[in-house]
Design a protein around this ligand. Sequence first.
Ligand code: C5P
Length: 222
Amino acid sequence: FADKYLQNQHWVITAGPTREAIDPVRYISNHSSGKMGYAIAHAALRAGAKVTLISGPVDIAAPTGCELIQVISAEQMHKQALTYAPQATTFVACAAVADYRVADIASEKIKKDSDVMQISLIKNHDIVADVAQLAQKPFIVGFAAETQNVEQYARGKLMRKNLDLIAANDVAKAGQGFNSNDNALTVFSAIDKIEIPLANKHIVAKQLVSLINQHYLLKHTR
Ligand code: C5P
């Protein structure tokens, strides 16, 4: 079946935001909706792949047929990603992982006694970069949400994190990216630059999945 072109592949996809607890009732997070990652999971499933979706807390339903691993924090997502990635053919890091976590999570609700308060933060592990360090590593795709110098920053991340592809979007442009139903991507490999024009995230995801597979095949038939 030509439409089931991913039949022998296993995709592991991270999606959504992470939440970093401050105390039992509060957290630090971001506006990621999970829509792009879930759309990629859906498109990969439709193309016949086995899909493991490692997701932070989102309001949308996981596509039927995927293996859903729900996590809250970046540390939990890191642990699950490193558990599932070694068996995968393809790893897509679509999650908006919190860059920092709270150094000392309060065990009781913090009271508003003082006028000023400080929270110390510690940098989280870079999940996609750590997957790229695995001895047995899948084909790795990262994302880069930028507000300026998109190509320069995206190419920097591609090289520094040792990725095979990076999908960049300009989050400063209206009507695309974070929380929107639409997106436009510029996908970079070490040598290529491919534009996926502004469209519904499901249409963009279908094109991206096909593009990832083309580059995966190129790498494995060399
Ligand atoms: O460095 P930056 O956060 O912009 O990189 C974005 C890419 O790295 C995305 O693919 C994101 O999922 C991934 N990432 C990650 N773990 C982090 C931070 C980012 O996997 N702690």
